[in-house]
Design a protein around this ligand. Structure first.
Ligand code: SAM
Length: 310
């Protein structure tokens, strides 16, 4: 089988081109610079020929976790020098990597899985390399974000990638409230142990929208469930196990957000069924945009009404 051509080689010097004609080892050299290489998100068969070639020919493979990338390289039959670049050492080691690039080396940047820089480290390295005039090239491939969006069955003409959500409930709800009126599909990453809370908050703040859960994409237990948020919440923990890796895709709003007092009273009635007074008012305020004081009065009136009925 002939080896796939490595794009980007067009920047080779005439000398290298001459060596290519003679078939020397140098013909296999990559052009100098930073190569941003996507790797599989589960199924190793998704590694592209070009990604493998670039990794094989790089002077140094820059990765998040040397154990994770070491396993991938062993699977590919490659023995390469690995260099760890992650959130905890990035600022310290970036000057070293930029120095290597400035010296004309070929560095391949990968993350643990998927496309580097997408909710993964790397963007500052890309930015600073390009600011120094160092060529930066992409070897595109798998990304959980695009993979989930492509099978969610929801509008894809406009979407917003929100990445990982704040872990604290109040901050997460504020984030959702800021997104509530946007006429776009939302793509969110969430850890399995926070899926239940996140679905609860999405329901409370955005209402019962169409959505999809994409779990363990391309892996043995791949699962994509397309349903209303309330149904996804009800099924989480039973036929949607709260295990593995998740992407959540949420449809744009198709109904106007609740704003009038009658709707707000109904919303408060529902919220008071499962939350204390303060929490119900807080959630209703985020959802409706009505003043908290007004909602508090409505909630108190509802509580009084319930007591009188008893
Ligand atoms: N840069 C990566 C990409 O392009 O796919 C995303 C990195 S982010 C740190 C990792 C998150 O992506 C996981 O926590 C999960 O939310 C999601 N993810 C990664 N692999 C996945 C898969 N196979 N199925 C579903 N979600 C996945």
């Amino acid at each position: 089988m002939t080896e796939p051509a490595v794009e980007g080689d067009t920047e080779r010097s005439p000398t290298e081109a001459g060596e290519e004609a003679s078939g020397s080892a140098k013909e296999r050299q990559l052009a100098p610079g930073l190569w941003v290489v996507a790797t599989p998100i589960g199924n190793l068969g998704d590694m592209s020929c070009r990604a493998r070639e670039v990794l094989a020919r790089a002077d140094l493979v820059v990765c998040e976790d040397t154990r994770v990338t070491g396993r991938l390289l062993r699977h590919l039959g490659l023995a390469k020098r690995l260099f760890a670049y992650h959130d905890h050492n990035a600022d310290r080691v970036r000057p070293f990597l930029l120095g290597r690039l400035a010296a004309g080396e070929r560095l391949a940047l990968v993350s643990d899985a998927g496309t580097p820089c997408i909710a993964d480290p790397g963007y500052r390295l890309v930015r600073e390399a390009s600011q120094r005039g160092i060529p930066v090239r992409t070897v595109p491939g798998p990304s959980a974000v695009i993979a989930a969006l492509s099978v969610a069955g929801l509008p894809t003409d406009r979407f917003l990638f929100e990445g990982f959500l704040p872990s604290k409930g109040a901050a997460r709800r504020r984030r959702f409230a800021a997104l509530a009126d946007l006429d776009v599909t939302l793509v969110l990453l969430e850890a399995p142990h926070r899926m239940a809370e996140t679905l609860d908050d999405l329901l409370a703040v955005l209402g019962d929208r169409e959505a999809a859960v994409a779990r363990e994409l391309t892996k043995l237990h791949e699962q994509v469930v397309r349903a209303k948020l309330s149904e996804l919440r009800a099924r989480l923990g039973s036929d949607i196990p709260a295990r593995g890796e998740f992407v959540l895709v949420v449809a744009p709003p198709d109904i106007a957000p609740v704003v009038d007092v009658g709707d707000a009273t109904e919303l408060l009635r529902q919220l008071l069924a499962s939350h204390g007074l303060r929490e119900a008012v807080e959630r209703a305020a985020i959802r409706t945009g009505l003043p908290r004081r007004r909602l508090y009065e409505l909630a108190l009136a509802l509580r009084r009404g319930e007591r009188e009925e008893e």
